[in-house]
Design a protein around this ligand. Structure first.
Ligand code: PBG
Length: 328
């Protein structure tokens, strides 16, 4: 049977019917809002490469949290920008690190906020790599694991609800799980950045987090975007090591990976709409070339359609506000 019996347009003529048969939605509680907290900062300042996103002092980090929660966003992921770094990034595990202080502040002012922390050494190492370096300057996998696990433990002790390792060292989920369990935190979930690509879409973030590698790039540990074979292996390994939620990152250019992950895994999946994706929409919208609201929502719906349960996005509070307007 085909045209003229089949007329797919019939279902598109009436906005009520279109709404009735919509499959995909995005809800504020599916969004995770990334926040940058900067040690020693006196007052809030805009991140120039990410219009609308701020560097927050510890003393004010609860403000964006409270504001987003008013619109129904309840989960946050914290990125710390420390005032001092060291060669092995071990300062990341200090109980008074900028992230630990931020967690305590948020807990005090917004006890209901769900606090996730990014676990990676890149903002804490003087060389800007996500793990420690060996004598030849290569990122040394195994000695990095305990440093990452210690960082995660410090965050959890300070009150983090969940940790999210983003470093891409092999075995780090297992190392973190083991240490958290041994320390009595077996109920704290891990969201693993599992299929994380060496992407230039992270450009604006490196300004935001001050985490660009001094020498070289991250292609020795993050994934090659011209290969898709190893993605499911990475996800499977993290699951076996004890990850509770698996992430694909970046978002819009990696929906094939996300869709395949959805077919193969039944655990919750997250996707990260990264800084470059955000800033590109912002920039084009500023020029009047695209409609910011529509393009942002369309991108998030596309990620949900591909199979994401959760979306990390800098648009979180804005989108939640739009969704609320649409419901009213
Ligand atoms: C840390 C980390 C990065 C991002 C999240 N965690 C940067 C990187 O890997 O270089 C990128 C997030 C974004 O671009 O929004 N390793």
């Amino acid at each position: 049977m085909s045209f003229p019996v089949q007329r797919p347009r019939r279902l598109r003529q009436d906005s009520r019917l279109r709404k009735m048969i919509r499959q995909i939605s995005v809800e504020p509680q599916q969004l995770i809002y990334p926040l940058f907290v900067v040690e020693g900062l006196e007052k809030t300042r805009e991140i120039s490469a990410m219009p609308g996103q701020m560097h927050w002092p510890v003393s004010q980090i609860h403000e964006p949290v409270a504001a987003a929660m008013k619109n129904g966003v309840e989960a946050f992921i914290l990125f710390g920008v420390p005032s001092a770094k060291n060669s092995d990034g071990s300062c990341a595990a200090r109980p008074d690190s900028v992230v630990c202080e931020a967690i305590r502040n948020i807990r005090q002012h917004c006890p209901e906020a769900y606090i996730i922390t990014d676990v990676c050494l890149c903002a804490y190492t003087t060389h800007g790599h996500c793990g420690v370096l060996d004598a030849s300057g290569c990122v040394d996998n195994d000695p990095s694991l305990s440093l990452l696990a210690n960082m995660a433990l410090a965050h959890v002790k300070a009150g983090a609800d969940m940790v999210a390792p983003s470093d891409m060292m092999d075995g780090r989920v297992g190392a973190i799980r083991k240490l958290l369990d041994a320390e009595g935190f077996s109920q704290v979930p891990i969201m693993a950045y599992s299929a994380k690509y060496a992407s230039s879409f992270y450009g604006p973030f490196r300004e935001a987090a001050g985490s660009a590698p001094g020498k070289g790039d991250r292609r020795g540990y993050q994934m090659d975007f011209a290969v898709s074979r190893d993605a499911m292996t990475e996800l499977q390994l993290d699951l076996e090591e004890g990850a509770d939620i698996l992430m694909v990152k970046p978002g819009i250019a990696y929906l094939d990976i996300l869709a395949e992950a959805r077919r193969q895994f039944s655990c919750p999946l997250a996707v990260y709409q990264v800084s470059g994706e955000y800033s590109m929409i912002k920039a084009a919208a500023e020029k009047g070339w695209v409609n910011e609201r529509q393009v942002a929502l369309e991108s998030l719906i596309a990620m949900r359609r591909a199979g994401a349960d959760l979306i990390l996005t800098y648009f979180a509070p804005q989108v939640a506000g739009w969704l609320r307007e649409e419901k009213n």
